[in-house]
Design a protein around this ligand. Structure first.
Ligand SMILES: *[C@@H]1O[C@H](CO)[C@@H](O)[C@H](O)[C@H]1NC(C)=O
Ligand SMILES: *[C@@H]1O[C@H](CO)[C@@H](O)[C@H](O)[C@H]1NC(C)=O
Length: 371
């Protein structure tokens, strides 16, 4: 046992590659360090598997600078000045040091390049997800996504692979930034039957990316864990994880924005005692991101539900709402979804919607007490 870390340490230093030590420390995760001039032909990396510092590449990989012309389109990279494009069947990988058994999220910022249906397979063996990229949520073409995995090995290959077989081999997703973040399983507290009700525990948010982080729905990410511990994204569209640095957030530093109308829902199964009365309380607001108009949240607790209308000026703000119900079973399905489909008034392109935060579920000790 003692020999392995030593050997790995040797391997590390011999190759001059530093391993990542836990949180947010992917080596060259923002691709700001590029190949040597002699290792490139135009934008194509020709210098072999180790030409991009920190990464092992295979297939047609391009190294792209922000401001570069791309089929008459100016490519502007959101984080830093460089990104990589994966052509057909191309991949990039890096060994990451993690703690066996722990949960991690990977946040990555991507754009698609051609009109064709592009996909990205993100994996840390044995977990993987194939992300379809036909829906572009952000107005500028770039989206940040999060995905989670449970570490089976202390040292794992994190792989980004384009499984595409497009006619134009240069079509394929562009990746700007990648970060890994440890997730701590949320504990139940005596104050709340729900876990992570304030959404404070979640994926890494890049400080320079102002678009929030998309959490793909369960139909895409079929694993039994989520980058938003405790919660599951149900229905068809992603939900957006937002931070107080870039958005208006009702409570704490993080919240969730429901961006896909009725196709954007977030859920948690709560343990309940049949016959007992519970109160589900939550904040509904807007993210201060020019999402203007009538927004609305529908909250469900089993078969009971409440609709909460919210008139948004797009400048931030929230109100509180609640739903009182009697539990029918030992498990109650709690769901939040957005009633309307809305786009931002400033770009008329980015999907937006109401924010939910500070979700608590408590049981009433005395059922006759009114609140
Ligand atoms: C993020 O923004 C800060 C402040 O503007 C800047 O100094 C830093 O270089 C940026 N980082 C990246 C990766 O662009
Ligand atoms: C995604 O990549 C992983 C690891 O390389 C692989 O095991 C898995 O089969 C791939 N999934 C698809 C649908 O190609």
């Amino acid at each position: 046992m003692g020999k392995l870390p030593f050997l790995l340490a040797l391997f590390c230093c011999f190759h001059g590659v530093a391993f990542s030590y836990g949180d947010e420390s992917v080596v060259n995760g923002e691709f700001e360090l590029g190949p040597k001039a002699g290792d490139m032909k135009g934008t194509v990396v020709t210098g072999g598997a180790h030409a991009i510092p920190g990464w092992e590449i295979s297939g047609l990989v391009e190294y792209i600078k922000s401001g570069q012309k791309q089929d008459d389109m100016l490519l502007v990279v959101p984080n830093g000045a460089y990104a990589v494009r994966l052509g057909n069947e191309a991949s990039i990988k890096q060994k990451i040091k993690v703690v066996k058994g722990m949960f991690y999220s990977i946040t990555f910022v991507v754009a698609r390049t051609c009109a064709q249906e592009e996909k990205l397979n993100v994996s840390v063996a044995p977990d993987w997800v194939v992300l379809p990229m036909q829906t572009v949520y952000g107005g500028n073409g770039w989206d940040a996504y999060a995905w989670s995995f449970q570490a089976d090995y202390a040292l794992s290959d994190m792989v980004f692979h384009n499984p595409g077989k497009e006619d134009d081999p240069a079509c394929g997703p562009i990746i700007d930034s990648i970060a890994v973040h440890a997730l701590y399983p949320p504990r139940l507290t005596t104050k709340n039957v729900l876990k992570n009700g304030g959404f404070e525990e979640g994926p890494y948010v890049f400080p320079n990316i102002s678009s929030g982080v998309l959490i793909p729905p369960k139909i895409v990410d079929v694993s039994d864990h989520s980058p938003l511990p405790g919660w599951v994204v149900e229905s068809l569209k992603a939900v957006k994880y937002i931070d107080s640095e870039h958005f208006s957030v009702p409570e704490g530093k993080r919240a969730v924005q429901l961006i896909g109308g009725k196709e954007s829902a977030i859920a948690q199964v709560a343990r309940t005692v049949p016959g007992k009365t519970y109160v589900l309380s939550f904040a509904v607001g807007d993210a201060g991101d020019s999402c203007v108009g009538s927004l609305g949240v529908e909250a469900y607790a089993g078969k009971e539900s409440v609709k909460v209308p919210y008139e948004s000026k797009g400048k931030g703000g929230f109100k509180r709402a609640s739903l009182k119900f009697v539990a029918r079973g030992v498990r109650t399905h709690i769901v939040f979804l957005s009633t309307f489909y809305t786009v931002r008034s400033d770009d008329l392109a980015s999907l937006c919607g109401p924010v939910i935060d500070d979700v608590t579920l408590i049981s009433l000790r005395k059922p006759h007490l009114r609140i």
